[in-house]
Every structure is written in C-alpha cells, then in structure tokens.
Design a protein around this ligand. Structure first.
Ligand code: HEM
Length: 411
C-alpha cells in the first residue's frame, strides 16, 4: 500500500472539530468528544483547513500544557490552529494583544490589566454588585410575567458592574451602556456596530484624559497612570479599556443565563445553595457551575514550539493544540460522575477560566458576580420556574461562548 493511501486511511478516521453539543443533553460537552476523552486524553481532530491539530480532552494534560512554556499562543506561528479563514487572513493586521502574546510581551500587557482585578479590589466591589443585583430583581418582581432572565438580570448586572469598575461617572452610565450594547448587539448592522464602537472609543479617550487629571480607584485611572508614565498612548489605553468591557460582558452574562437554567433543572442543588449562609459553600457552588457548564466552547488555541512528550504521545514542534475546557472539566478521573451537578464536591480545580499564565484576568470579578447573583436570585424568588418547555430553550450553539439567548421565567 502506498504512503498516500495509508495517510488517507488514517485521516478519514480523524473526527471533525468543532463538535456540537447534543440537543437532548444541552449541558453536556459534545458526546463524541467525551468518548474520545474516555479513550485517551489527547487525540487528533480535523479543522476547517484540513490540518489535524491535537485536541486535549483530559484534565491533567490540559493543565500541564496550559502551563508549559513550549506551548505558544502566538497565532502568527506556522501550524497555529486558527478558528477560521477570517482569523487566518487577518493575523498580520490584528494588533498583538494579551491573548496572542507569549513570555515578556505577555507579561507587559497583563501587568497593565491586572491591577483592577486583584482580589482586594474586587472584594471592595461586592456591595456595588449586590446593589445592582437587587435592583434588577426588584424590577423583575414588579414587572410582568413571564420575565426574561437574560434581558433583566444576566446582561444588566455585568454591564453595570464593569461600568462601575472602569470608573464611568454615574451620570454617563446610560450613554455608556447604550453604546456598549449597540456595539455588541447581535442584530446591529455593520454600520451601527461601527458607530457604537467609535462612540465608545471616543468616550474612553475622553475618559482616560479626564482620569489623567483626576485619578481615582478604578481601571481607567490605572490605564491613565500608564499613559502619564509614558508606557502607552491614550489611544492604546482606550483600546484596552474597550477590550475589558467586551471580554467581561458577554462571558459573565452567558454564564448567569445558562447557570440559572441549570439551577432550575437541579432543584435539590438549588435548594442547597439557597439555604446556605457559608461563603465557602456559595463560592464552591459557582465553581461547580463553571465546571459543569464550561461556556467557552471554541477550544483554547495553541501551537507547540518544541517537541513535547505527554501521556504517551509526542506533540511535534509546529503542531497545533486545541485545549477544550468542556471535556477536561468532565474528565471522570478528576471529577467522578461528572454529569452530576454537585455543590458538595470540591470544584476548585475547574478549568472554566483556563489555567496558567493566560488564565482569565477577570476571574475574581466574574466569581463575585456569579456568587452574588445566583444566591440572591434563589433567596429572593424561591418559586422561580421556567415559563417554556425545556426543549424550547434557545441555546447558543453558534457562539464563542455557550449560553441561552433568552430564558423566560415565572414565579
Ligand atoms: C464567567 C465569565 C468568564 C469566563 C468563563 C472567562 C473565560 C476565560 C478563559 C477560558 C480565558 C483563558 C483564555 C486562554 O487561555 O486561551 C480567559 C482569559 C481572559 N479573560 Fe476571561 N472569562 C470570564 C470573564 C471575564 C471578565 C469579567 C473579564 C474582564 C473584565 C475577562 C477578561 C479576560 C482577559 C483580558 C483574558 C486574557 C488573559 C490572558 O491571555 O492573559 N474575562 N477568560
């Protein structure tokens, strides 16, 4: 048999990636991926351009590769497994960012972003997060039924909190939120989207300049400080501020929306959370929801820059790596009975925020929001229930972050 035929034979068996979650078990990772994970923690998959990068499905291998300096996030390198043709064609046009830089370059970006997201700063925001959550729930309770949890709670809480965090003056909240939403709206035309983004960018430039004169304890003031120190330009600072807004908005919103649905489908677990006053239990429940739902669903993309021996395989230099968080978080060797949402298990090692040097900058903020929102909602509306049949809930199979488009509820 010729080599070509042998190669074709092997490659015909390589499954296509990405894979979709099954409609009948919408909380589970895609089922073929779970089967691959049961066989071994890493295997080949075929992506849109015909290449066959490694798909990592095992928890331990995922953690090892996330923290391995022979693994790069630089999407300009040969062999990098791009999401799609568009991402490949724009690779040299996109400015380098915290997401696509390694080593010292990454540290430089990361340092500019981390300060507002430290544990201490986020803890100080808890009162504000609680207030925003309570206001949203007041509005739900005084409004008509059914109410959409996505529009009334999941979207406004992270949007308002990030505005607070960036240090947007209170009287500008409405303008800020409006333009942020136009920029992010699913059905906005390209023109509308661009207009929204431009107004927001201009607004942030203005804000950076104001904060250079009158700094306070907030993220834009931190960026303004970098401008004053000559480390970045005003435009770059505004760009970073807009980036934070976008990275921190849809992700947390999706996690709240689908998290509420998971709670409604698991009433015993919801009751445990509702009845607990223990901050550790409440925090672990949010981690378990992160593990169970793993909403980032396009795989974390990497490329090997040296040969790596791992779990009995060799990843060669120049080969693509896709670390998929969902199967890694459902790896039975790390989490027995992974398909059970169980607030009593220790979920602290869940990988929903990634791991290693690129682990989510906003994780402390997202955690505080999730803990407060889920607990408060269950306490204040204990009779909450889904207003439509479960199989009519519209899931976001087509987006980078998994979630629900809407979640009508009654009480
Ligand atoms: C539930 C909500 C969130 C989820 C599930 C989430 C998930 C993630 C994941 C998986 C990564 C790692 C990417 C990788 O290794 O390739 C990441 C990175 C990042 N996230 Fe989040 N995130 C959330 C909320 C936020 C918030 C609130 C912010 C900021 C306001 C934020 C900003 C960032 C940034 C800037 C990075 C890049 C870090 C780096 O490359 O060094 N995220 N996030």
């Amino acid at each position: 048999m010729s080599d070509t035929l042998a190669t074709e034979h092997v490659s015909a068996e390589v499954p296509e990636y990405p894979m979709e979650r099954a409609a009948r078990c919408p909380f589970a990772p895609p089922l073929p991926m779970l089967e691959m994970g049961e066989a071994k923690p890493l295997s080949r998959v075929r992506i849109w351009n015909g290449t066959t990068p490694w798909l990592i499905t095992g928890h331990e291998v995922a953690r090892a590769l996330f923290s391995d300096s022979r693994v790069s996030v630089d999407d300009r390198r040969d062999g990098f497994p791009h999401w799609n043709e568009h991402m490949l064609s724009t690779v040299n046009k996109r400015p380098r960012s915290v997401f696509t830089s390694d080593a010292e370059e990454h540290t430089r970006f990361r340092r500019m972003l981390s300060k507002p997201f430290t544990f201490k700063r986020v803890e100080a925001l808890r009162t504000a997060i609680q207030e925003v959550t309570d206001q949203c729930i007041d509005e739900i309770l005084s409004g008509p039924q059914p109410a959409d949890i996505v529009a009334k709670l999941a979207l406004p809480v992270p949007t308002k909190v990030i505005s607070e965090m960036l240090g947007v003056p209170y009287e500008d909240h409405e303008f800020f939120q409006h333009h942020a939403n136009v920029g992010l709206a699913r059905y906005a035309s390209a023109e509308e989207g661009q207009k929204g983004a431009m107004s927001l960018h201009k607004y942030l430039i203005d804000l950076v300049e104001k904060k250079m004169e009158n700094p306070s304890e907030d993220a834009v003031s931190d960026l303004a400080e970098r401008v004053t120190a000559g480390e970045i330009s005003v435009k770059e600072a505004a760009q970073l501020g807009t980036g934070l807004l976008i990275a921190g908005h849809e992700t947390t919103a999706n996690m709240i929306g689908i998290g509420v649905l998971a709670l409604l489908e698991n009433p015993e677990q919801a009751a445990l959370l509702r009845d607990s006053d223990d901050p550790k239990f409440i925090a672990n429940a949010a981690e378990e929801l992160m593990r169970y739902l793993s909403i980032i669903q396009n795989g974390q993309r990497r490329v090997a820059i040296e040969d790596i021996e791992i779990a009995g395989e060799t990843i060669r230099a120049g080969e693509g790596i896709i670390i998929d968080l969902a199967p890694a978080n459902w790896d039975a060797s790390a989490y027995p009975e992974p398909d059970k949402l169980d607030f009593t298990r220790d979920a602290s090692q869940q990988l929903g925020f990634g791991y290693g040097r690129h682990q989510c900058v906003g994780q402390q903020l997202a955690r505080a929001e999730l803990q407060i929102v889920f607990h408060t909602l269950l306490r204040r509306i204990p009779t909450l229930k889904l207003a439509i049949p479960f199989d009519e809930v519209p899931f976001k199979h087509d987006r980078l972050a998994y979630g629900v488009y809407e979640l009508p509820v009654t009480w």
